[in-house]
Ligand binder design. Structure first.
Ligand code: DAH
Length: 389
């Protein structure tokens, strides 16, 4: 009969009738208690120890009290009572020690065949935070693709000695049109229909949302004497209905350089250098004659199409949709600054010359990342934005 089986029967039934027999039975129990407590080295095992020995219902001490003490003969009762009491004190003492030992420890169970880590490893971490709890995670944002491309373009021009300037988004008609050699009733004004904020008349100019970043040429030249080399990134507005390639607000980067002896050669060389730095050295660049009121001569600048390699066809002869089979994509308007513009800002056109250009940042970003629509920029879909981290 095992010790635990004996606990479930009265002493008389297990043949214990003398004080000596009681004594040795309790010695056996005490021995078992010591073994159990020595084996209890994790908090789960300490709890098991408590339940086995001191559990209210089926703990060994309760069983002992119910089955041995209560049914003991009047001669054995005081003996059993005393021994039981001693055993209870010992069990409680061992339990308290075990609880103090495991408190504040984290238990690391190492599985597998790591020889140096046999069995259970306990790490002392009293009063140290519980590093096993899941941490608080922060969501980090990312730069918007338009910002990434703007910064990349800024870097290229900064490396050529350009500064980065800013100007107001709410403009007067004077800065947006007139000082750019586009007087009232000039047909170029209707090509850039915009949002008017205040009517003109009674000695005041009308207010509008700028249709391009070119007015910042005027602000900058009013402020600075040549030499001036600057780029101007910013938001611009036009009364366009939104579709895949139009939004009523979009982004431009203006650029211009004014100095003595700036030639058409420097103009072409600068823009070619920039376009190859941004789009890739394998791109071909071409200048087509064009018209802008504030430049003379004016040009539209194209690069060879990156999708079809300038051939107008992809794969086995499929017409390229990006360049509409022409092999070229238009990437900026530009020209030599018109002498009339210099007169508006008080620069002597006999002494100074310069060039200017304007490009669409949204379009550059679409070309760079091969995007089919402007929608992605503005609908804040985190699945799109996350790709630019
Ligand atoms: N401002 C023009 C536009 O928005 C772009 C442009 C063309 C800017 C020629 C320039 C330039 O500085 O020289 O369409």
């Amino acid at each position: 009969m095992t010790l635990d089986e004996k606990l479930r029967k009265p002493l008389s039934e297990i043949g214990v009738t003398s004080a000596e027999q009681c004594q040795s039975l309790f010695e056996e129990l005490n021995q078992r208690l010591q073994e159990d407590s020595a084996a209890a080295r994790s908090s789960a095992k300490v709890e098991g120890f408590r339940i086995d020995w001191l559990g209210r219902k089926n703990g060994r001490l309760s069983l002992l009290s119910d089955n041995w003490l209560k049914a003991a003969s009047s001669q054995l009762k005081p003996v059993v009572g005393k021994l039981l009491n001693g055993l209870r004190i010992e069990a409680e003492k061992r339990l308290n020690e075990l609880m103090a030992e495991t408190k504040g420890k984290i238990e690391v169970r190492v599985e597998g065949n790591l020889d140096q880590w046999k069995g259970e490893v306990q790490t002392e971490l009293r009063s140290v935070p519980d590093i096993t709890l899941p941490g608080l995670s922060h969501q980090f944002g990312a730069k918007h693709p338009l910002t990434l491309v703007r910064e990349e373009i800024e870097e290229i021009f900064i490396s050529m000695g350009y500064t980065v300037e800013e100007g107001p988004e709410i403009e007067t008609a004077y800065y947006n049109f007139e000082a750019l050699n586009t007087p009232e009733n000039h047909p170029a004004r209707s090509e850039q229909d915009t949002f008017f904020i205040r009517d003109g008349g009674a000695g005041r100019d009308e207010l509008l949302l700028r249709t391009h970043t070119s007015p910042v040429q005027i602000h900058t030249m009013e402020r600075m004497k040549p030499p001036v080399r600057a780029i101007v990134p910013g938001k611009v507005y036009r009364r366009d209905n939104p579709d895949a390639t139009h939004t009523p607000m979009f982004h431009q980067i203006e650029g211009f350089a004014v100095d003595v002896d700036i030639s058409f050669c420097e103009f072409k060389g600068t823009l070619e250098y920039f376009l190859k730095a941004f789009f890739g050295p394998e791109k071909r660049v071409r200048f087509r004659p064009s018209y802008f009121p504030f430049t003379e001569p004016s040009a539209e600048v194209d690069i060879s199409c990156g999708i079809c390699g300038g051939t107008g066809r992809v794969g086995q002869g499929i017409p390229c949709r990006v360049c509409k089979q022409s092999g070229w994509v238009e990437v900026m308007g530009a020209g030599m600054i018109h002498p009339a513009v210099f007169q508006y800002v008080g620069y002597d056109p006999e002494e100074y010359s310069g060039f200017a250009f304007g490009l669409g940042l949204d379009r550059y970003t679409m070309l760079k990342y091969n995007m089919p629509s402007l929608d992605y920029f503005f609908n804040n879909d985190i699945r799109f934005l996350e790709q630019f981290k």
